[in-house]
Write a new protein. Structure first.
Length: 201
């Protein structure tokens, strides 16, 4: 794994490496790359604004945030982000994180599918929203220098991510019609995702 992309660095340490290994093992390569890109987008956005944030917490949450979509962790009753939050709590318990910090990892993952959180209220949750929105649908990409996005996508290619991700959300919507993914699928989210400028090069 590249630990630096365009001057933005991945935090070092046991938690970082464990999260990377778990994501790489359970997600396919396109979803793994999305998770890493989400971290870099969010971290770059924070650094450009001089925002102080918990880099380890954010990285772990970014790498785990979509694992509720993969079969081993997909819940037949819970939305994927809620299932992912529970996975994060179990994962971080194994790291010895205290309850409050485990709860925070789960909170970031759940909130990334909710209404925008102001950075002054919860900076890490906002960063995950920024990172995932930019990478999935291209929302907010204008905030990033094109050289940064080119370097990031060159380091972690898309690999048909948009098509595979839309299929995952459509599956969630069909099986869990009340979830946030279903609300997105019911709108024009898929069209916006397919037209993400990151896929147009």
């Amino acid at each position: 794994m590249l630990i630096e992309v365009a001057g933005v660095r991945v935090p070092a340490g046991r938690a970082t490496e464990a999260a990377r290994l778990v994501c790489e093992e359970y997600a396919d390569e396109a979803l793994y790359h999305h998770s890493v890109r989400s971290f870099f987008f969010g971290a770059a956005w924070a650094e450009a604004r001089g925002l102080d944030f918990d880099r380890e917490l954010f990285f772990v949450s970014a790498l785990l945030h979509d694992l509720g979509l993969v079969p081993p962790f997909d819940s037949h009753t819970l939305s994927f982000e809620e299932a992912g939050g529970h996975l994060a709590r179990v994962f971080t318990a194994g790291l010895g994180w205290p309850t409050e910090r485990r709860d925070r990892a789960a909170e970031l993952i759940v909130l990334h599918m909710r209404d925008d959180v102001a950075p002054e209220v919860d900076v890490e949750s906002r960063l995950l929203q920024v990172g995932t929105s930019a990478d999935v649908s291209g929302a907010g990409l204008e905030a990033f220098d094109p050289s940064f996005t080119d370097t990031l996508v060159g380091a972690y290619p898309r690999l048909g991510f948009s098509k595979s991700f839309v299929r995952l959300f459509q599956d969630q919507a069909e099986r869990k019609p009340g979830c946030a993914a279903a609300q997105l699928v019911a709108g024009n989210w898929a069209e916006r995702t397919f037209s993400n400028p990151l896929d147009q090069s």
